[in-house]
Design a protein around this ligand. Structure first.
Ligand SMILES: [Zn+2]
Length: 351
């Protein structure tokens, strides 16, 4: 069924295997995945994400994962083999993947809610391996990485797309004051995108003093996390409060702060995912009389992944400073500890 293949593909590969919550990831030899169906593509992995969601999955598990498993859904790599029906990719091309493209035919997709596609398409086995096989629609949506964009930067396309979608949802625009709560990779990307959309001042709450310079570098104004009060934010915004507050931490306390500091008629964006069951008391009269808009943001609409890729391609966003740590596959056992270091923003597995 193979269309084109690299003749030298080894029969076995190294992969990081997860054997259950709390157990260390181990490097094991597995059969190299090969093209089986006409739409399949095999990729030599060059960069794979080890973000906060994976740290949670490795340490406490995930309802959709059962060990043993090779984890990792965000991947950039080089095409090494394509099925007979694959026309848009050739061996040797470096590609970035939209890891959860919409199926196009579930109820949510038909309602125009592709971000909430109920077909849980993913890469299986995962990307923490030397090779990965992808199938349609992931293979169909694979996008060549343009020259000048590194594998690590291209790996962040999906995260930029999620943040870009939040920016659209919030209606961030020229002249606005924006507050981003959270100074992780998402927060720092949000600061850049808000500035790109013309926001006048973009404040970003900082709970690691070491990240103040990163907020400045992103074009934002750092605010100490303990200063997130309505009074303090009013002082910084001519007495009004921010037009838009993006919550990108995922805790009850920071969601509550978002409602306190937003200006009358402003928008609170729920970007941060909380532990399940998290609730906050909300003064509904304040929401009503102050006309506060609260919108959730999760994943992205069709076309936004491509829009994010163009931002990278045209150099309108800096992602280099976020790529703080590299993890060779041989050191995968240290990945959780590396990802938890206070100076770690984006840890990239390089098999
Ligand atoms: Zn769908």
């Amino acid at each position: 069924m193979t269309g084109t293949a690299a003749p030298s593909l080894p029969s076995r590969m190294r992969a990081a295997v997860w054997r259950g919550p709390g157990r260390p990831l181990t490097v094991e030899e597995l059969p190299t995945p090969r093209v089986e169906e006409p739409g399949d593509v095999v990729i030599r992995v060059r960069a794979a994400m080890f973000g906060a969601a994976l740290v949670r999955a490795v340490t406490v598990g995930h309802p959709r994962l059962s060990p043993p498993a090779v984890l990792g859904t965000l991947v950039v790599g080089d095409v090494v083999e394509t099925g007979a029906a694959v026309q848009h990719l050739k061996p040797g091309q470096r590609v970035t993947l939209d890891p959860h493209p919409p199926c196009g035919h579930c109820d949510n997709c038909r309602d125009g809610l592709q971000a909430l596609c109920s077909t849980k398409i993913s890469i299986s086995p995962g990307a923490h391996a030397e090779y990965v096989r992808i199938r349609p629609p992931v293979a169909t949506h694979a996008r060549p990485v343009p020259p000048g964009v590194s594998a690590g930067e291209a790996l962040l396309t999906e995260i930029v797309a999620c943040v870009l979608d939040a920016t659209h949802t919030a209606g961030i625009g020229p002249g606005q004051d924006v507050l981003v709560i959270g100074c992780g990779p998402v927060g720092l990307i949000q600061v850049q995108l808000a500035r790109l959309r013309g926001a006048q001042r973009v404040f970003c709450s900082v709970n690691h003093p070491g990240r103040r310079h990163l907020v400045h570098q992103a074009g934002g104004i750092p605010v100490a996390a303990e200063d997130l009060s309505a009074e303090h934010m009013a002082v910084l915004t001519a007495g009004r409060g921010p037009h838009v507050v993006v919550e990108a931490v995922g805790s009850a306390a920071t969601y509550a702060s978002a409602f306190e500091v937003v200006r009358d008629g402003g928008t609170v964006v729920g970007f941060g995912g909380c532990p399940s069951g998290t609730t906050i008391p909300l003064d509904l009269n304040a929401v009503h009389y102050r006309r506060i808009r609260f919108v959730g943001s999760y994943h992205y609409a069709p076309g936004v992944f491509e829009e994010a890729a163009r931002l990278l391609e045209t150099g309108q966003i800096d992602l280099k400073s976020l790529l703080t740590h590299r993890i060779p596959l041989d050191r995968i056992a240290d990945a959780v500890a590396t990802a938890r270091r206070p100076d770690c923003l984006v840890p990239v597995v390089e098999p």
